[in-house]
Design a protein around this ligand. Structure first.
Ligand SMILES: Cc1cc2nc3c(=O)[nH]c(=O)nc-3n(C[C@H](O)[C@H](O)[C@H](O)COP(=O)(O)OP(=O)(O)OC[C@H]3O[C@@H](n4cnc5c(N)ncnc54)[C@H](O)[C@@H]3O)c2cc1C
Length: 409
């Protein structure tokens, strides 16, 4: 019987790095690598979600976005966060007075700038379209397999590509992380976050306020114009469902009451979203020919504006690791080339996850000793200038191992 042979399939296109997932973390990583002259592919559909979610970009993240040429277009959409205010609204016996942190105290104009997530992704996408050396592949990744010399990513739209290093930036439910066999620890909280955008009668004066309630933090973050803010209301799941079912006028009234009428009359002025609160940590952010960044590597509740800022640090640090490997003529997908990246990212993520988890659980605990500890911590920050400034600096940008594009110039 004559042998049958199908026509040989074309050899997959090969890149130095393939980033999978076109959210903010993946876009930033792909831009940073391509800008540095690394042949990069970005695999992912442009799929921004209208959920009223904003991100407070801290100082280092803004420097990074500026270095990527994206900040000029984003700046008009961003509001500075000059003051952070924490109000203990737990009703506890150990309730400290409101604490205020001023960015000016650590020599900054603002701790960060708040932008709508959809606008951030749109701006980065526009920049990616114009970036030489960056190949955009409008498809989901179907699978990932690490080989001896390269990894292969099979595309949902058909075909495959190969790269020496694949970067999984495909979000909290990362398919690539699943395929890699990397160990994962995940957990959930009995809470959900309600997000939307509000217009209000009184000006916010660039002050972001976090009310710590027994069911979680309720946070109002300034948006441009003085009379708009974004809301992240972390509360019990059933309460979040009830609030989500309200019409705009009733929801605005509920928000106004919870905010103690601080910003006057309120009106819902944007889309809404509801996100269940969960956490996720990985045993390692790397495997052979794979690095995890953004929510593929870490998930925690939205407290203290840490999530995407951590994800952008992953992206900026990954660029440094790939460039260092190129300089030493090392394989960028080897475990040896990724070892420093893995160590630094594990430490940073563990620190943020523990801080956010600890604060969130201390609110839910409803135990006097825990309340006392939290209250004393806030009082100490209020009273002790050097401690307050050290905590503010560490919250904005960790001192150790700052990636190159995040350093002050
Ligand atoms: C209510 C709320 C408020 C927040 N506020 C802040 C804040 O103020 N500051 C802050 O720093 N962080 C904040 N965060 C966290 C921040 O929003 C996230 O860390 C960030 O959006 C995660 O970005 P990412 O790019 O890692 O993931 P995602 O935004 O989830 O992007 C992942 C991308 O991968 C794509 N994808 C998935 N699977 C595949 C596949 N198989 N192939 C290709 N593509 C795929 C998805 O479509 C998506 O585009 C907040 C989070 C919440 C829930």
């Amino acid at each position: 019987m004559p042998a049958t042979s199908s026509p040989p399939s074309p050899a997959p296109e090969t890149f130095a790095v393939a980033v999978v997932g076109a959210g903010a973390a993946g876009l930033a990583a792909a831009l940073a690598l391509a800008q540095a002259g690394v042949a990069t592919a970005l695999v992912g559909r442009h799929a921004p979600v209208a959920d009223g979610r904003t991100v407070a970009l801290l100082d280092g993240s803004v420097r990074f976005l500026d270095a990527l040429g994206a900040w000029r277009a984003l700046a008009p959409q961003a509001a500075p966060l000059a003051v952070l205010q924490i109000v203990d609204d737990t009703g506890s016996l150990f309730r400290p007075p409101p604490v205020r942190f001023h960015a000016g105290e650590i020599g900054l104009e603002a701790f960060g700038w708040n932008v709508e997530n959809a606008g951030l992704v749109e701006t980065l996408r526009a920049r990616a379209r114009a970036m030489p050396g960056l190949t955009l592949i409008e498809s989901d990744a179907e699978s990932f397999a690490a080989g001896e010399a390269a990894a292969r990513v099979v595309l949902a739209e058909g075909g495959a590509i190969e790269a020496r290093l694949v970067v999984a930036a495909d979000g909290a439910r990362s398919r690539l992380r699943g395929a890699s066999g990397i160990g994962v620890r995940d957990w959930s909280y009995p809470q959900a976050a309600l997000t939307t955008i509000l217009a209000h009668a009184r000006p916010h004066r660039d002050v972001s306020t976090e009310f710590h309630t027994r069911q979680g933090p309720f946070t109002l973050v300034p948006l441009p114009g003085g009379h708009r803010s974004s809301l992240v209301w972390v509360t019990a799941q059933a309460r979040a469902e009830d609030l989500a079912a309200l019409g705009d006028a009733d929801l605005a009234a509920a928000v106004e009451a919870q905010a103690k009428h601080m910003l006057g009359a309120m009106r819902i002025d944007g889309p809404r979203g509801r996100v269940p609160m969960r956490g996720l940590a990985v045993a390692s952010p790397v495997a052979h020919r794979l690095a995890l960044i953004g929510e593929a590597a870490h998930v925690f509740p939205p407290i203290g504006a840490q999530g995407l800022n951590l994800g952008l640090r992953d992206a900026a640090a990954l660029r440094d690791a790939v460039l260092a490997a190129a300089e030493d003529r090392r394989d960028p997908g080897s475990r040896a080339a990724l070892a420093g990246f893995a160590r630094a990212r594990r430490r940073d993520a563990a620190l943020r996850t523990a801080a956010v988890d600890g604060l969130n659980r201390s609110l839910l605990a409803d135990l006097l000793p825990v309340d006392a500890l939290r209250g004393l911590g806030l009082l100490a920050l209020q009273a002790v200038g050097p401690l307050r400034r050290a905590v503010m600096r560490e919250g904005v940008l960790p001192r150790r191992g700052t990636p190159e594009l995040m350093r002050a110039r």
